[in-house]
Design a protein around this ligand. Sequence first.
Ligand code: SAM
Length: 243
Amino acid sequence: MRNSIQKIFKKQYKTINTDSFLLRIKATIIGEGMLHEGNIYLMDYAIQNMPDNGIVFEIGSYAGLSTNVMLHLLEKHRKKHLFVGCDAWIYEGFKDHTGIIEEHIDGKPNVARKEYVAYIKNAFVNAAKLLHPNAKPHTCHLPSDAFFDTWNTTNKFTDVFDRTFSIQQEISFSYIDGDHSYEQTKKDFENVDSKLKLNGFILLDDSAKHLNFGSSDFIQEIKQNDRYRIIDHNPNYLIQKIK
Ligand SMILES: C[S@@+](CC[C@H](N)C(=O)[O-])C[C@H]1O[C@@H](n2cnc3c(N)ncnc32)[C@H](O)[C@@H]1O
């Protein structure tokens, strides 16, 4: 009995617990529940081993927790890769899937969704300015499909810091953490795959076997895809393009 209780509470995944900045960051940036500690371990692996001359690309930035973790790891491992990302900054209400879209956030009729997402986006901007003032991310306020449409057409972007830029390199590592439906996960994967360098990595959030998300259904398909190999699951999956 004691053993099985210990097993339940024992961490079943690998973590990085010697980096003071990473130990502190969840108390600094909004969104603690959104970033699994095991993902940080996999980001660290991907950033150390990703191909050179490419970008790091994130879908789904929220208030900047994962963004600043990756920016920190880039700095720590002396990687010069440009950091690019996108977020639609939409509020995902508990009842949205039923077709009832309330104008306010869950449980607070006097707080408008619009105000809430503006607060989250502002938190993203402030966190990056505070923690990485010299390496601010090129994150754009765009849904992922629109981001790739722009990349494939004009290739002219404006990020949330009002800087204009274009992308001159393919992707070395991508963290996909936007809309977790099966359909959008598949689309995000296909778009990233079309720009991913050989030996580049993708970390798919909420793809762990035990989860009930489209992203965890989608990863089952990747297991049959011979162009990709699974590097690790901790518990979410890190995969590498090998063909
Ligand atoms: C789970 S949160 C991301 C958390 C963040 N990666 C972190 O760990 O701090 C998901 C984010 O995806 C965004 N999102 C939802 N659908 C999207 C889409 N189609 N394209 C881009 N972002 C999207 C939401 O606005 C939300 O901020």
